[in-house]
Design a protein around this ligand. Structure first.
Ligand code: FHN
Length: 473
């Protein structure tokens, strides 16, 4: 939440005057000052975040040369997440580059990926443009270590995805790793084969100014991403000053860009939120592999895998059920967060079938119930009741959703919902209104027809829609 300062009031007035200017001068003045960016008004921030907050559900894609070994190197199964194989197996750069040369996703179909995401009910995609291994999935002018100049595919993979995303009205964002295991100046190299002077004396600021920022500039200018999702900010070389400078520089380049909190150094580990009271830049928190226990004032997005790895591993079949994934989506939405659910495509360019199947089941549920997720807000006082009820509401204060995460019994009680007198209470996907009673002490009590109780198709989350108000518990 941005604190409104006196300065920003001036900026808002100036902005108002600017709107009355002829178009060319308004465009020229559109470049925000650092002061305006760091003191963005709450209204401007809310306008910039609106589509993202309404979207609720996005696809995370971890894809790159690590999908070639797919968790196995020199015949050994390498423990841990697949995209870290270079580090976990201590593969020297020159040896890992062989995987990059072999990267040849001939079955890659960007439009198929976008349709899988859209049919699942996802509104945006975040793909690794460059992960820690330093390999770029686009045609970078700054580096030859990319899909066009180095890999067998010789294709600008991000350009194809951008075209498909635009065609299907899906927002596209890029993950970009600050940590870079390939660039000699990025950090003290791990690997024995770095043996030139330049590499033996890394100059991190050279990497930032002459490599990282030029790459970010070309990503923004060539593909107009809606989001930049930074990662790898934990390396000692990356500072709060780097974060603030990069954030303001990017927002001056693209004022409506949304940038996560990992551009700065305030993130508290995998819990993903900035330490309280710190003045860190970044527009949303990034809990990883976990869902916050409760609601937060600060925007947040939980990023999670479907199995145990982000990048593809051929032997990781520890898949979460579609029921778990749908319950996660409901739980996150009830707390006011976004769900960024990951897939790790194969080296051939295919999303694993187990992921495709789960996304299709999520889409079937969203087909009937998405109004309880998209553009919803958390309730004023309660987001849950017991372990198996979550609540969301439409903007405004008159339409609420009581969402049951287990098979309903003969009656259901939503103690925080008060239906309007004479209003209908419906189960989404079921035509008949349900019988209900309301008591100030008990709250709303619903009668559940046998045909609903016996039909699991309404699950794995049963959404009850109530026109009314929230009972302050
Ligand atoms: O090290 C990365 C990891 O490979 C993966 O990209 C996750 C996803 O957010 N982020 C970092 C681990 O926190």
């Amino acid at each position: 939440m941005k604190i409104i300062s006196k300065l920003c009031l001036i900026a808002v007035v100036a902005f108002g005057i600017m709107q009355c200017q002829p178009k060319e001068s308004a465009e020229v003045q559109q470049t925000l000052t650092e002061e305006e960016i760091l003191n963005e008004s709450e209204q401007a921030f809310n306008e910039r975040m609106e589509w993202w907050r309404e979207a609720k559900f996005g696809l995370f894609i971890h894809w790159g040369p690590y999908a070639v070994p797919a968790g196995v190197h020199d015949g050994q199964e390498i423990e841990g997440i697949g995209e870290w194989i270079m580090d976990r197996a201590e593969i020297p750069v020159s040896e890992y580059e062989e995987y990059a040369r072999q990267f040849n996703p001939e079955q890659y179909d960007a439009e198929e990926w976008v349709k899988i995401a859209k049919d699942a009910g996802m509104k945006y995609i975040i793909i690794t443009s460059k992960h820690h291994d330093g390999f770029g999935l686009w045609d970078s002018e700054v580096s030859d270590y990319d899909a066009v100049d180095f890999a067998a595919i010789e294709q600008d993979l991000l350009a194809d995805l951008k075209k498909a995303a635009d065609k299907h009205d899906i927002k596209l964002g890029f993950y970009y790793s600050i940590m870079d295991w390939h660039h000699p100046n990025a950090q003290a190299p791990h690997y024995p084969d770095y043996n030139t002077d330049e590499k033996s004396n890394p100059n991190f600021d050279q990497y930032v100014e002459n490599y990282m920022k030029p790459q970010l500039k070309e990503l923004v200018e060539k593909y107009d991403p809606a989001v930049l999702w930074f990662d790898g900010e934990w390396i000692p070389e990356w500072t709060h000053e780097h974060g603030v400078e990069t954030y303001t520089w990017l927002r001056q380049m693209k004022p409506d860009l949304i940038i996560n909190n990992r551009v700065d150094v305030g993130r508290q580990g995998m819990q993903g939120m900035n330490e309280e009271g710190g003045e860190f830049v970044g527009d949303f928190g990034t809990p990883e592999q976990e869902i916050l226990e409760s609601t937060r004032e600060f925007d947040w997005e939980a990023c999670m895998t479907m199995n145990d790895t982000w990048g593809y591993k051929k032997n990781d079949d520890n898949w979460k059920s579609a029921e778990t994934l749908i319950h996660n989506l409901v739980d996150i939405a009830s707390k006011g967060g976004n769900y960024l659910l990951n897939v790790g495509p194969t080296a051939e360019g295919l999303i694993p079938q187990a992921s495709v199947d789960r996304l299709a089941k999520m889409g079937d549920w969203m087909e009937v119930n998405s109004e309880a997720i998209y553009e919803t807000e958390r309730l004023q006082h309660s987001f849950k009741e017991g372990e198996n009820i979550r609540y969301t509401k439409q903007k405004g204060d008159s339409v609420f959703y009581g969402i049951l995460l287990e098979q309903p019994g003969e009656t259901i009680s939503f103690s925080v919902l008060r239906p309007d007198e004479g209003s209908e209470v419906k189960l989404l996907g079921y035509d008949e209104p349900l019988k209900w009673e309301f008591g100030e002490d008990e709250g709303l009590a619903l009668q559940v027809p046998d045909e609903v109780r016996e039909n699991t198709d309404f699950g794995p989350a049963w959404v009850f829609k109530v026109q009314g108000s929230e009972v302050e518990s």
